[in-house]
Design a binder for this molecule. Structure first.
Ligand code: NOJ
Ligand code: CA
Length: 684
């Protein structure tokens, strides 16, 4: 190979090219370590293509690859395979925080070089990595010709799904005004229009697949357009000038990924996305702290408080102290404060240019609160809402992060509330341009905030983000993000999240990485249980979310008084960790239910979370995950006999039971109900 040998390689074997006697086309095949997945790459008809089989069944039919440029030779037709190389990797790496401490990366890699006949020098590589649970591939285009800048006008990657007429898909539309915040559609595959990734579907034979991407850096986000029935084509989100991607010669694309599992739960136990990202670039990240927080937040969504100044202003010094007292008393390490800075008055989502990220409102004393927090062992979690005016934010970013660093702030929640396609960027000429949240410009902008924050030992929790593609491995201070409908929709009632929503999320949005969903609303019917805007779950289901929806930072999102009114249930939120030694999805079906078990990081306790959609159902699971010979006290928070989300959401039973490894536990989940268990390891 002449360029771009994929990292890391441990063993290199040169594979002979198989020459088809009839068409003179070449093909090269690579299999997963367990032999179940096979990728066959070929140059039939001069078109770079690949095909994917699983257990000898074709899942992706021969599908084209390629890239088109505005003013450079296209990488699409007239190419033949000129070289290829196979290597393998089997290594285990450690996550500073995450769903599991040790991650195994076991894959076979095939790097294929294509060259165009008659145009010496036009060549590119595609690197495939084949794991036991799916594949990733990316384009690696070396410098060639005289161009110093390249404009990509299209990426030709397709996924031609076999037997798509029998498949069911779970998806949200792309290029819409509400970014990633749509209810998930469950439709026949052929009814999919243009979708965001992760895009999850189930074939007629029950194989579950999810198409996404990994390591999205300096490139446009990939959405999937069903051009012809069964064919999903990469549709890169464009710049405001119509260009898809602007690159310097000698570039690599993000990895295009396909996760594959014989059942739904297998998708949840995959580390493929993380494995395709580069290792930590930040060095010592012991300053990145998982944890739990409360905050001045839900009151604004309920319209009991305001972000802006005035009588109902939420972010006052005294209110923040009250939250700090509460946090300190019950073991939370952070207090989020939204609405502390000048710029919220009036219609804040239309006025992003007037936000100051260094000037507090007069009734908010940042220094005094930073000192007060120190006494209490609690830190402020900072907040920067940009309303999509990213140039205004960029201009103040250094000063803003410096200020927070001086005040001991270790985590900042950022926000980019603006309709899709309406991010405001002021270009070099001073002209306002409007960009998408998932176009190349914003991909760079989000990462810029993360790397600037890292310089100050600050972690970033992005709301209205670019989708996650596993960059937390490379930048572990990118601690969480939103990127789907969160709890806030239940306050607004526009409409609230469906009972099914959190039974879909684990199999779709959560495959990309942690989500700051902000669970734990205890006053489920703040306007009465009959109101449109309410939380459509039982209380037990709110508790289950802390285990089911992974995030290294979890909020106890409700008002302090609502926790103090239900202290026994609140105990689970106090006990549940946010950083794990191991995580295992035990059972589930997309959109129906899910059961997760997770072990506390460097601890002995295990936790289980289970939830269901609108259907009440029985779940049972084995305690095989527990340590052999050890006794545990299971502290169980379950739906009561009469519980249902609509009329009896507070019917919660809290009980304990002694358990050991190898038992089968059975529970009933109510309509939109849940289950949360702490398996407390007893002294040996
Ligand atoms: C939307 C965020 O998701 C929410 O958490 C935040 O409170 C508001 N924007 C204001 O920044
Ligand atoms: Ca949001």
């Amino acid at each position: 190979m002449r360029a771009f040998v994929c990292y890391p390689t441990t063993l290199t074997i040169l594979l002979g090219l198989l020459v088809s006697p009839f068409l003179q086309a070449k093909s090269v095949t690579v299999s997963s370590p367990d032999g179940k997945i096979q990728v066959q790459v070929n140059d039939e008809g001069g078109v770079p293509s690949y095909q994917l089989t699983y257990n000898k069944q074709v899942l992706i039919e021969n599908s084209p690859l390629g890239i088109l440029f505005a003013k450079a030779p296209s990488l699409s037709e007239g190419f033949s395979i000129s070289d290829s190389e196979i290597s393998n990797t089997d290594q285990t790496w450690t996550q500073p925080w995450g769903e599991r401490k040790f991650v195994r990366d076991n894959h076979e890699e095939l790097n294929v070089e294509w060259t165009r006949a008659g145009k010496a020098g036009v060549r590119f590589n595609v690197c495939f990595r084949v794991f036991n649970d799916g594949i990733g591939f990316r384009y690696e285009v070396p410098e060639q010709g005289a161009a110093t800048e390249l404009s990509i006008t299209d990426e030709l990657t397709e996924f031609r799904i076999a037997s798509s007429e029998n498949a069911t898909a779970w998806w949200i539309p792309s290029r819409g005004w509400n970014r990633y915040e749509y209810d998930y559609n469950t439709t026949p595959f052929l009814d999919v229009d243009r979708a965001h990734t992760p895009f999850t579907f189930k074939t007629g034979s029950g194989v579950h697949m999810s198409i996404h991407e990994a390591a999205l850096v300096d490139y446009a986000g990939m959405t999937l357009d069903q051009k012809r029935g069964g064919t999903l084509k990469a549709d890169l989100t464009p710049w405001s000038d119509g260009t898809r991607v602007k690159v310097k010669p000698g570039f690599v694309t993000p990895w295009r990924t396909v996760q594959i599992s014989p059942d739904a739960k297998g998708l949840l136990n995959s580390d493929l996305i993380l494995n395709l990202n580069e290792p930590n670039k930040l060095g010592d990240v012991s300053w990145v702290k998982p944890g739990k927080y409360v905050g001045i937040w839900w009151g604004m969504h309920l319209a009991a408080n305001t972000w802006g100044s005035g009588e109902k202003h939420g972010a006052t010094t005294s209110e923040t102290k009250r939250y700090m007292d509460f946090a300190s008393k019950y073991g939370f390490d952070g207090v989020l404060v939204e609405g502390w800075n000048v710029g919220w008055d009036g219609s804040w989502y239309d006025n992003g240019d007037v936000f100051s990220f260094t000037n507090p409102y007069d009734d908010f004393d940042l220094k005094a609160l930073s000192d007060y927090g120190k006494q209490k062992g609690v830190r402020i979690i900072g907040h920067h809402e940009t309303s999509g005016s990213v140039t205004n934010y960029r201009n103040q970013m250094g000063d803003a992060y410096d200020l927070y660093q001086d005040m001991g702030v270790r985590q900042v929640k950022t926000g980019y509330v603006a309709d899709g396609g309406k991010i405001k960027r002021v270009d070099e000429m001073g002209v306002a341009r409007h960009e998408w949240h998932d176009g190349q410009f914003m991909v760079g902008e989000y990462l810029h905030s993360v790397t600037e924050a890292a310089k100050r030992k600050i972690s970033i929790n992005t709301h209205e983000p670019i989708k996650d593609t596993g960059l937390r491995r490379t930048y572990p201070n990118w601690i969480a993000r939103e990127g789907a409908r969160g709890q806030e929709y239940n306050a607004w009632g526009s409409p609230p999240n469906t009972p099914e929503h959190t039974a879909v999320l684990p199999f779709t949005r959560m495959l990309s990485g942690p989500m700051d969903f902000t669970p734990g609303i205890f006053d489920l019917g703040f306007n009465g249980l009959d109101a449109e805007n309410r939380v459509r779950t039982t209380l037990a289901k709110q508790l289950s979310l802390y285990v089911v929806l992974y995030s290294p930072i979890q909020m106890a999102a409700d008002l302090p008084k609502n926790y103090e009114a239900r202290m026994p249930a609140f105990q689970f939120i106090r006990d549940v960790p946010t950083d794990w030694q191991d995580s295992r999805a035990l059972a589930g079906e997309v959109g129906d239910y899910v059961v997760f078990a997770r072990q506390a990081r460097d601890g002995d306790d295990w936790f289980v979370g289970a939830l269901t959609d609108e259907e009440p159902r029985a779940v049972s699971f084995s305690t095989d995950f527990l340590e052999a010979g050890r006794k545990y006290e299971a502290q169980i928070y379950r739906d009561g006999e009469n519980a249902d989300w609509l009329s009896k959401p507070y019917d919660l039973v809290i009980e304990t039971q002694k358990v050991q490894k190898g038992e089968t536990l059975n529970f009933k989940l109510a309509s939109s109900g849940g289950l949360a268990i702490r398996f407390k390891a007893l002294p040996q």
